[in-house]
Design a protein around this ligand. Sequence first.
Ligand code: ADP
Ligand code: MG
Length: 384
Amino acid sequence: MTLSAPELAAAFTDRFGREPAGVWSAPGRVNLIGEHTDYNDGFVLPFAINRSTSVAAAPRNDRAANIHSAFGGGSTASTHLDDLRPGSIDGWSAYPLGVLWAFEDHGIRVPGVDVYLDSDVPVGAGLSSSAALECAVAVMANDLSGAGLAGPELAALGQRAENLMVGAPTGIMDQSASLLGEEGHAVFGLPQQEAQLVPLDLAGSGLTLLVIDTRVSHEHSTGGYASRRASCEQGAKAMGVAALRDLGTDDLAEAAGILDEETFRRVRHVVTENARVLAAVDVLRKEGPAKLGSLLVESHASMRDDFEISCPELDLAVETALGAGALGARMTGGGFGGSAIALVNNDDAGAVTDAVTRAFAAAGYTSPAVFTVLPAAGAGRTEG
Ligand code: ADP
Ligand code: MG
């Protein structure tokens, strides 16, 4: 957070002329492994990070919603809760207002509300600033409405807001990580089951997880996401399964004979990535995070070569990190830009950071932002 909870409360009071009822916050997330598997009913292994979005808020009795974000120089969105419907809002406020709409659409009446929000989750870097924002609003609305919903239900409302009000066809992984995360743990997401916590004690293992934000966002990211989803649906249909999660690595030989070459590679990524998530969970439970390196490297190769969602900046970040001593590295998030992660021994963090920064300069790329993240606690009330 750029503002501490008391500072955020003070900023709320400055803007709205009264005290907030509380401050709530929700973290962004890093996906450790399991990319483009969630919408294939597959496995994911994200963790909530120590960067979050916070909201100071107080209820109103007139059903108005006024939401101020300090982001991008500051702007305020104002609406009436009865006017909210899919397609009614453009821009950033579709995320927070979409969550309020999702509560109401779910039959929960939320009070009107004044909100002041701030975040230190970088926007568009693949760390899910969107879920952090949705989940901070969701835990706030849950408390102010007295709905008493549990984390998985709040995650579903956040996803609904993003799918229907923002119009992004994303899965539920980001919201689950933001709501269910625990310090020192990853959140193992399984289809149709409650997520499980898996130990990810980086600090206790002498390890650092670096995020390398390439600061690029390639234009085709939205189209690329949609076309990968379509390929997966097509592959599942041709293979006669409800979702790609129903295929295992021993079905790939048959798939190669049925699918066209490109669809086969898309399917192979999802099938092998699901297997890598299960392997990673096993490694974390039995051996610890230092042994994750090769799975991360294989995951990156699969996204680069089979799913084709990497880009030169992400490939350079991964290759350079590995060359400078990282135990493993991969792009993370939807692809076509955003961030890579590198798992490094504490002593190598400086050398890896320097090597990546130098390699980007030599290639003429925008200087990357390289920073450390730790597995942190999920969303909740922080004050008041
Ligand atoms: P990511 O989730 O990877 O950061 P997205 O494109 O999914 O990227 O979500 C980013 C969008 O979420 C921003 O363009 C903005 O509309 C909204 N957003 C995120 N954080 C904030 C914030 N602090 N204030 C206002 N809008 C935000
Ligand atoms: Mg997002």
